[in-house]
Ligand binder design. Sequence first.
Ligand code: SF4
Length: 487
Amino acid sequence: MLSKSRFLAGTQCHLRLWHQCYNRELASEVTPAQQAIFDAGQEVGRLATGLFPGGVLIEEDHLHHAEAVQSTLAAMKNPDVPAIFEAAFIHDGVRVRVDILERLQNGGWNLIEVKSATSVKNVYHADVGVQYHVLKGSDLSIGRAGILHLNSHYVYDGNKRQLDSLFTFSDLTEHVLALQEDLTARVAEFKEMLAAASAPQILPSRHCHSPYGCEFWEHCTADMPEFWVMYLTGIREERLNELAAMGIEDIRYIPRDFHLTELQKRIRSCVVSREEYVSPELDKELTEVEYPIHFLDFETVSPPIPLYPHTRPYQAIPFQWSDHILSEEGDLAHLSYLFKEDTDPREDFAVTLLETLGDSGTIFTYSTYERRIVTELAEYLPQRSGQLLATLDRFKDLQALIRRHFYNAAFYGSFSLKSVLPALVSSMSYDDLLIQEGTHASLQYLHMLNPSAPPEDKKKIEEALLAYCSHDTLAMVKIREALLRRF
Ligand code: SF4
């Protein structure tokens, strides 16, 4: 039996659909960050139903689809029900749950899919399209079919949220109609594939991450060579296909005349020679600094539904910074900040940040993210704008610098802190930290602010957040030291 999500999995990769149907146990566990995104989506969905007062929820879960279909039919027959949430249908061997089915005066229905995104993505056409296919096959007359999504221009005023401003409807009816013939063929193609005696032979590639990250990635890539061609930074799908056609999976066997970017050639060269690439300018880039040197990192939270007045959906709100400060004499100090109130942290964050950064000294960050946050803070706080913007002249992006001037084969094509650190500073690792990445930090921060969270949980999260952010800035200190030892 196909479902909407299985149909979409099949459009991404036949093997993903196969595994979802027959080998669920091969999937990686859902991470806390993925679960948080899923939960946030559910919350947005619940909020959207507020736009349809009097709507009825079909309660039966996915394990009771036949019963849910019966409940949906009963609700449709009742003219007093203006909208049905989680309406269930089945047609052509495909089961769907429609987020919102809105009754029209003429006996027809609007098909509404709720998304927590702020814009329409291409994949939504097939998402709504397959629901339309099933509803038409169930003899419903459809008025409009589209996506109800968050409005990126909505600014929360601090009072009751205005749902008709927070959400916006994008009509996809034309796109969906244009897809119907193809969708019917796709459904037949998937059924035929699933009836085969063995799994389709598909190699992992770029498609595994688009439009969604595949849960079978670890399984499918377990036997790939250590220096797999996918680890060539930025390699395009066409190039991967050409290499696959030549039977080449390992970077070391790529012919010298094969077209690669300069960075990809550098990676191949390091992998083949097992020697690091160190550009002559690296030393100058690392040492042309003003003391004291700051190593700075922020943590932010980006709630889909704005929490604080004057903020938009997904606006990044900084709540924590860590600053390791290196003096010219070689002394290392550490200062950190974590906002613990359930109110807007931005002003307090900016004040404390300006204090720690002072008026002088190079500020190393790892990416341009901190620069963006400071720029946004300056817009929000006009009275501190001058001071905040003045710090930007002192920023230096350590990640960009490494990308331009250094490579070690153990980066495996990634310049993220979590890839670079173990290659350069083997004594430091993220393994022992309770929080190991930014999305998890945001999630834990929101949990810490929850008034009903037990005090011992709050304390544990506070310590974990402080340890995580501090680890990132100490990692930058150690990476710079390790790079300087190359000279
Ligand atoms: S990891 Fe890639 S190849 Fe494997 S099932 Fe997923 S999408 Fe398909």
